[in-house]
Design a protein around this ligand. Structure first.
Ligand code: SAM
Length: 487
């Protein structure tokens, strides 16, 4: 049915021009949207089976509709002028602070008159700080390989739909405003490589196939690192070697050479973490280098770095302005990545202690301290929930401490919250979050609630003092929120 429909449309298209609107009304990109965004999973699956176009047939208007859908999933604000985007984000950050105020009122910890009204925020909300770069700001993009809108199983792009609903379509990201041209070029070349490859893509690990994700990282000098994630399945070492050689050949002397990659990595992903599946350098420089606030940073392929480099400068400056300067202050940088926050604040602290679970990132952080001639920073590797309580136990109570925490979206482990809360020397806490809901909101509440011996939250509660939203992700709904708490 889908095929005959496609052929009918193709015939129409070749006889006389067909407007995209007409096509979308008759075959249904709009209808597709309605069906796929509905709650009926069975209907969605049926739709996927019936309407999935066969490989080689491309419906006029279909591609652009999928692109539109991808843009609305990944960059839902892309049609708004940037000023309007900022208003949307400022409003949503205000809601976060209103919600926190409401929780604090319920807990009876907020005694100030100002937060007695339901629309008041828990603290002063500063104007949102815009990103210095609005388009193509990402320094890292992750592309998947899966069935495209035209049925091509080796499409390199981003997902529309979900694995759970089994309605994934992989759409090329060439139109996405936040992705730089270089990343798009590498994705396009990788797709060309896959078309030539005799091996299948890996759509689901258990179903076999090999070619999986592509990660592209770039720096401000235009250096480009590509990381190919590959499932070996049951290939032997010789066969693996052949694939790595083909890949290297393609990107050094073949059509992929146009990407002028600075480095090419390959990961045989049998398990999820880097420790178990190391990144293998196929050629080029092992690290990326970046400069932020006049400091140089070495970045390993699997180390975190803020995805908007110019935005990171603004973020770190914001944190710097919130932190009281005192010569004797020791600064804790919890979830420090390559050490960027701690190193950028080292000049205003007596000592900086960073904690990070990714070993390579910790090595980078140590290296970065030396690279920048900074000698008052130390970095500890391990999970913060394990390392921080032990470290704080070893400290004297009269040493003033400032903690900056910048965890992943899932927030801080409760042991980290408890350790900070129960350490009397920590009077200032800066929480940096790109997802200040869910677990992060729970963290805020646990920092500010009255002492609770049942939860072992015994120290004096913190109070939010001021908050600054920093837009690091134009066109998306996300935003970093920096909150200063004191007690
Ligand atoms: C949002 S990034 C922030 C990195 C750094 N502050 C920066 O600005 O570049 C979060 C970091 O927390 C690390 N992380 C996640 N869970 C952790 C844990 N339980 N213990 C220590 N580090 C963790 C991640 O590896 C990542 O480097």
């Amino acid at each position: 049915m889908a095929l005959s429909c496609a052929l009918r449309l193709m015939r129409l298209h070749t006889c006389r021009p067909v407007s995209l609107t007409r096509v979308s009304l008759s075959t249904g990109p709009d209808e597709d949207c309605r069906q796929l965004t509905g709650k009926n999973t069975a209907a969605k699956e049926r739709w996927m089976k019936e309407k999935k176009p066969r490989q080689g047939y491309s419906l006029p208007g279909l591609e652009s509709n999928w692109e539109e859908r991808l843009a609305s999933v990944t960059t839902p604000l892309w049609k708004l002028p940037y000023e309007e985007q900022l208003k949307v984000k400022a409003k949503s950050q205000k809601k976060v602070l209103q919600r926190l105020a409401s929780h604090l009122r319920e807990l009876g910890t907020d005694k100030r008159e100002i937060t007695q009204s339901p629309n008041e925020c828990c603290c002063h909300l500063c104007p949102i700080v815009p990103s210095p770069v609005i388009d193509g700001y990402r320094n890292k993009s992750t592309f998947s390989v899966n069935r495209g809108p035209d049925g091509n199983l080796k499409t390199v792009g981003l997902y529309v739909g979900t694995g759970r609903a089994r309605n994934i379509v992989c759409v090329r990201g060439n139109h996405l405003k936040n992705v730089p041209e270089k990343h798009k070029q590498v994705a396009q070349c990788y797709e060309e490589f896959l078309q030539q490859s005799t091996l299948d893509p890996c759509l689901l690990y258990r179903q076999g196939g090999h070619w999986c994700k592509l990660i592209v990282r770039t720096n401000s000098n235009g250096h480009t690192m590509a990381i190919i994630i590959f499932h070996p399945q049951d290939l032997n070492q010789e066969e693996l070697y052949t694939q790595k050689t083909l890949l290297k050949e393609f990107f050094t002397h073949g059509p992929g050479a146009v990407c002028t990659l600075t480095s090419l990595y390959f990961q045989e992903r049998t398990r999820s973490s880097h420790q178990q599946s190391p990144y293998q350098l196929l050629y080029g420089e092992p690290y990326m280098f970046e400069e932020v606030l006049g400091l140089k940073f070495r970045i390993s392929p699997d180390a975190f770095f803020q995805i908007n480099t110019a935005g990171a400068e603004v973020l770190y400056q914001t944190i710097r302005t919130l932190i009281p300067v005192a010569e004797k202050t020791m600064l804790l940088d919890v979830c420090c990545g390559t050490g960027a926050i701690g190193l950028s604040l080292a000049c205003q602290a007596f000592r900086v202690v960073g904690i990070e679970e990714v070993e390579q990132a910790v090595e980078d952080a140590r290296w970065n301290a030396a690279l920048n001639g900074i000698s008052n920073c130390e970095f500890h590797s391990g999970k913060a929930e394990k390392v921080l309580p032990q470290f704080l136990k070893s400290q004297k109570d009269d040493q003033p401490l400032v903690a900056v925490v910048n965890p992943s979206r899932s927030g801080l482990h409760y042991r980290v919250v408890r350790a900070i809360r129960n350490c009397k020397a920590i009077r200032t806490l800066v929480y940096v979050s790109c997802k200040p809901e869910g677990e992060t909101m729970r963290n805020f509440i646990e920092f500010c609630c009255p002492p609770d011996s049942r939860k072992k939250l015994e120290g004096e509660p913190f109070t939010p003092v001021s908050a600054v939203p920093v837009d690091m992700f134009p066109h998306t709904i996300h935003c970093e929120l920096v909150i200063l708490f004191t007690r």
